[in-house]
Design a protein around this ligand. Structure first.
Ligand SMILES: [Fe+2]
Ligand SMILES: [Fe+2]
Length: 345
């Protein structure tokens, strides 16, 4: 088959599922002799996206608007909060899997909402929901385990949030009392829609539980650079100052410092996270932290952002090292605009 070199586009070549050549001989017809070039046709590109919130019809439309051809050789990391209902989580992940060669997923708090949790009849817990999601991943070919990809290893990390993210006190001098937490509990939807077994009755106990699961994932050495991702935020300094937050209690429910300890002790140089709905791209002490939310429709309006933006985290996972992964130029905007007045993150 003869291709015009200049017109070859890897993304427009339809390749059977599971068959991704890294290199191809490409023949061009110049004026005189036929030249044979070897081009690297398929780079292992890795994209990130979080907080899909497909419960919104507008978000479903955006997700469904993603090209069915352009990402067929690529990988997408989905950093949680896909939808509240398992059947919708399945539909969205399956749709993404049709578009991407690989889809990795970690659940967020919204994915663990148990329908009707406020009623006595419901016995399903958020841990049961987690098992249900894992079963969906298993059946639908969604990656949820530590996996080698090119020169990298992709490591999904579970987590929750706890007050310890900001050292146990609210940034900006907001009162740190039980009363504050009680008031927060009334506003915070997870308190109503998540349901936990008795041994996971508190936020720190959930963080510890997921931390221990992560330890088993991170156990063992790797010679490859790691790219980690989670739903929850690993550091308080990834958040804007509390005076810029519409929801001043966000640091309370944004993430856990345990995550950052694990990210760093594992040697990760790039960490994708979600949950805060605040786009982020920042290098702190040698680790690049990226948040690439789709977010709520009203948030995109505030950001002046239309459409769906996938953040390109790695443009060639075959040719990347621990030294270069955090320094890689990311092709998306580097905005760090804070979301305003939202408590459902
Ligand atoms: Fe979230
Ligand atoms: Fe979210």
């Amino acid at each position: 088959m003869i291709y015009n070199r200049d017109r070859v586009s890897a993304n427009r070549l339809l390749i059977p599922d599971g068959c991704w050549p890294l290199e191809a001989d490409v023949i061009t017809l110049d004026r005189s002799p036929i030249h044979v070039h070897t081009l690297k046709v398929f780079c292992l590109r890795i994209y990130g996206l979080g907080d899909l919130h497909a419960d919104f019809a507008a978000n479903r439309e955006l997700i469904e608007s993603l090209s069915g051809q352009d990402y067929m050789a690529d990988t997408l990391l989905v950093a949680g909060d896909v939808a509240h209902r398992p059947e919708l989580i399945r539909a969205i992940l399956v749709g993404l899997r049709r578009r991407f060669a690989h889809v990795f997923f970690v659940p967020g708090n919204h994915d663990l909402w148990v329908a009707g949790a406020a009623t006595e009849e419901v016995t399903e817990t958020s841990l049961d929901r987690l098992d249900e999601i894992w079963a969906i991943c298993e059946v639908e070919g969604i990656q949820r385990e530590r996996t080698c990809l090119g020169a990298l290893e992709i490591v999904p990390l579970l987590s929750w949030y706890e007050p310890g993210l900001d050292g146990g006190s609210m940034a900006g001098g907001v009162d740190d009392t039980d009363e504050v937490m009680r008031r927060l509990g009334r506003r915070w939807a997870d308190r109503r829609y998540c349901r936990w077994p008795s041994h996971l009755a508190t936020d720190p106990s959930r963080c510890q539980f997921f931390e221990q699961i992560n330890e088993t994932i991170l156990d063992g050495s790797s010679t490859k650079p790691l790219l980690t991702f989670s739903h929850f935020c690993p550091r308080t300094d990834l958040l804007p100052d509390v005076k810029y937050l519409r929801f001043g209690h966000l640091p309370r429910v944004a993430g856990s410092p345990r995550l950052d300890r694990q990210i760093r002790s594992a040697g990760s140089r790039l960490h994708l996270y979600g949950h805060t709905h605040i786009p982020q791209n920042m290098v702190i002490e040698g680790v690049r932290y990226v948040n690439a939310p789709l977010g709520y429709p009203r948030e995109r309006e505030r950001w002046g952002r239309e459409g769906i933006r996938l953040r390109l985290l790695v443009d060639d996972a075959d040719n990347i090292s621990a030294e270069t992964i955090a320094a890689a130029k990311l092709t998306d905007d580097r905005s760090n605009r804070a979301s305003r007045r939202t408590t459902r993150i």
